[in-house]
Design a protein around this ligand. Structure first.
Ligand SMILES: [Zn+2]
Length: 175
């Protein structure tokens, strides 16, 4: 059967200095195969995706897979915990108004430059390998910047580090 690994990554700290964690559920099949990445609740009030992931976890406990499925429910503990009465203000960082879902790394010039580095002979596997290696470096260098990265962008980059080498990525949003 699949191997299930549960871990946490630290994505932020609250005002009193306590770490805010995001849970990771990693199912690894006995046979090799593609990597699937699914996250939910980047907009903290959109909790329905967490239920979908919960159901998926129950399924994957008994369903042999090839490859890997990485599930990241409640991926925005900051947004989920910001309440006004019973209402969850999950869409924007209340400190600066930034949408929690707009800070992923994308650089048109980087993509263009990489595209020019490919020649007609190169195998798809090799292109993927090189691209992911460069993406990994780009993400780390953004996170290493000591100035200018807001909480939302920091969170997005940490999540993108989990997803950049996946063959399929789903980011669950719902009303
Ligand atoms: Zn959303």
């Amino acid at each position: 059967m699949n191997k299930l690994l549960k871990e946490h990554i630290v994505v932020a700290q609250n005002a009193s200095g306590r770490n805010m964690n995001v849970p990771l559920y990693r199912f690894v099949g006995k046979q090799p195969g593609p990597k699937v990445y699914i996250q939910s609740s980047i907009h903290g009030a959109e909790v329905q995706g967490n239920v979908v992931i919960y159901q998926l976890i129950q399924w994957l406990k008994n369903l042999p897979i090839c490859g890997e499925v990485l599930l990241v429910p409640n991926c925005n503990p900051v947004g989920t915990n910001i309440k006004a009465g019973e209402y969850t203000l999950g869409r924007f960082d209340p400190v600066n108004g930034t949408n929690w879902n707009r800070g992923y790394y994308y650089d048109d010039a980087f993509i263009r430059e990489f595209a020019h580095s490919i020649d007609d002979e190169e195998a798809v596997q090799s292109i993927k390998f090189r691209f992911r290696k460069k993406m990994k470096q780009q993400l780390q260098s953004r996170l290493d910047e000591t100035w200018g990265i807001g909480l939302a962008q920091h969170l997005n980059l940490k999540l993108q580090q989990l997803a950049f080498d996946a063959d399929y990525v789903l980011d669950l949003h719902n009303g």
